[in-house]
Design a protein. Structure first.
Length: 539
């Protein structure tokens, strides 16, 4: 076998005093060859991202540092080279794509200036040639109107455009190794498929070795040559993708694979005749005339929700799926009246709530509650958990003692210890915070739950627990649920019916088992075709 591009042996990364364990990573060993894709999988805290950052010399020193081991790149031990040598290696020989481009890109520099900076640091090249090369890179990553992208700041681009821009920067100097740290986690399925295809095309063209960090086994099934599974800083299993995915040996690997939602839709149940939520020609747009103290320019209005007609019946879960920007979350916020629609009607238990005044709406809000995508952002960091859960009932006139008693009961319902009542949100993990968000939503005994991407930010095993919890609660409390998601595997697992949204319009609605097996609209077919690992037969 050829000499590997990268060879790591006995790598240990130390955590600061007071951490829950001494080593973030212990005795990690791996190799990466030219043209090969090695995927490192594991849950949050497994050490996969720190391993990648150690290769790049980007550990958050002095608190986290390499304790021992060798990272051999072309005969050099990257743990021992000086800062200037590392700077020369970064970008030119080893490049990295970060998970969240919005935070990794410089917010006060245009995309063109950021690509130009790479060329200016590493190569001697005239300005005109640098600009030509930058435009070519943006074309290579299939960005439309690359001249506009060059002049744009990161906040002016979509998530997929920012990620493509970062890939262009990573490929600028034709690196030997590309490290991709969860590059598709926050992207919808079609954009994700495009990014993965882009990386594979680049790899075939340049022979680059790719170290791909992910928790998505569907992605692993699509791109990996070899797989490394990490748990709490240790490699617990490694092998070819066929070996690990189809014949896993370690119980942790088996548990991760077992937790992945299958694309096999749930069986249809008999529908209730009682409609609890109904929208009629609902419309919501953003933009239009904008000005600043009378000065400004006209902007085109964007129809986020356009003439949407859906209904949710008692006891069922209706999924709303689509890409980012399709209008899913805007629809949910219009239904619960966190924002007001422009025209159309929303009926809640037969009452049109679109024209209700604030005090009238407060009385109806107890019937419909929301579980938000980001539990940390939606929970008051200065309030204790018990007060967060009790706030809704107290605003509805329930006395404090009873509201607190109900909060303690709900903590038990969602699987949290009663001690959580007196703790703050930051003291909990992401999955635990989402359980708190669910408890808060249940505090008023609603008829309807609106869940907006409630598991998109969670590890696969925690995701499975939250989905099981929501389904259990729906059955036991006879709830109806509107479930917003871009993950078709999740929709297949939890939804009885699905509405597919594209550019503000509902293009198809149907029973999940029929829509997933016999899609009618071309957009629905394209979403299903883009699901990663759909041909993979689970172990």
């Amino acid at each position: 076998m050829s000499t590997p591009l990268l060879s790591i042996s006995d790598l240990s990364i130390l955590l600061p005093d007071g951490a829950d364990r001494c080593n973030a990573v212990a005795e990690v060993a791996l190799t990466l060859h030219s043209g090969e894709t090695v995927c490192i999988v594991g849950e949050s805290g497994s050490g996969k991202s720190l391993t990648a950052r150690a290769i790049m010399g980007l550990l958050p020193a002095p608190h986290v540092r390499v304790g021992s081991g060798v990272i051999d790149f072309g005969g050099e031990d990257l743990t021992k080279v000086d800062y200037e040598r590392l700077r020369n290696i970064r970008g030119s020989e080893i490049s990295m794509i970060f998970q969240e481009p919005m935070t990794a890109l410089n917010p006060v520099m245009t995309i063109g200036d950021q690509i130009d900076e790479i060329f200016r640091f590493h190569v001697s090249m005239p300005s005109e040639e640098r600009q030509k090369r930058a435009l070519g890179l943006l074309e290579d990553v299939n960005l439309p109107d690359p001249s506009r992208i060059m002049a744009a700041y990161p906040h002016e681009l979509s998530g997929g455009q920012r990620q493509r821009s970062m890939i262009a920067m990573a490929l600028a100097l034709g690196p030997k190794i590309l490290i991709a740290d969860e590059p598709t986690t926050a992207l919808d399925v079609t954009t994700q498929a495009q990014i993965l295809r882009l990386i594979k095309d680049m790899q075939r063209r340049l022979g680059t070795g790719v170290l791909f960090i992910t928790h998505d086994f569907g992605v692993v099934a699509d791109i990996a040559d070899r797989v490394i599974v990490m748990q709490e800083g240790l490699i617990v299993e490694s092998g070819t993708s066929t070996q690990v995915l189809n014949k896993p040996k370690h119980k942790y690997t088996k548990s991760l694979i077992a937790a992945i939602p299958r694309l096999k839709p749930r069986k249809a149940r008999k529908r209730s005749k009682e409609v609890v939520v109904e929208t009629s020609v609902l419309h919501k747009s953003f933009g239009g005339e904008r000005s600043f103290f009378g000065f400004g320019k006209k902007a085109h209005a964007v129809d986020a929700v356009s003439d949407v007609n859906i209904e949710l019946r008692k006891g069922e879960t209706l999924g709303v799926v689509g890409e980012s920007g399709s209008g899913k979350s805007t629809l949910a916020r219009c239904i619960i009246r966190l924002i007001d629609s422009d025209t159309g009607m929303v009926k809640l238990n037969g009452v049109d709530i679109t024209s209700l005044k604030r005090n009238e709406m407060r009385q109806h809000r107890k019937f419909i509650q929301m579980v938000f995508q980001d539990p940390f952002a939606s929970l008051n960091p200065r309030s204790k958990v018990g007060d967060i859960i009790s706030q809704g009932p107290m605003l509805q006139g329930i006395e404090k003692t009873k509201a607190h008693q109900r909060a303690r009961e709900l903590l038990d319902v969602v699987g949290l210890d009663s001690k959580a009542f007196d703790r703050f949100p930051h003291e909990f993990s992401g999955g635990q915070r989402q359980r708190i968000g669910i408890a808060r939503a249940l505090a008023l005994d609603p008829d309807i739950l609106v869940a907006d991407e409630p598991v998109s930010a969670l590890d696969v095993s925690i995701q499975a627990q939250i989905l099981d919890l929501l389904d259990q609660i729906r059955k036991e409390m006879d709830l109806s649920m509107l479930f917003i998601t871009h993950d078709l595997r999740v929709a297949a697992q939890v939804c009885d019916f699905v509405a597919v949204m594209q550019k503000g319009h509902v293009v198809e609605v149907g029973a999940t088992n029929k829509l997933f097996t016999q899609p009618q609209h071309e957009y629905t077919k394209s979403l299903l075709d883009a699901v990663p690992g759909k041909e993979w037969h689970f172990a």
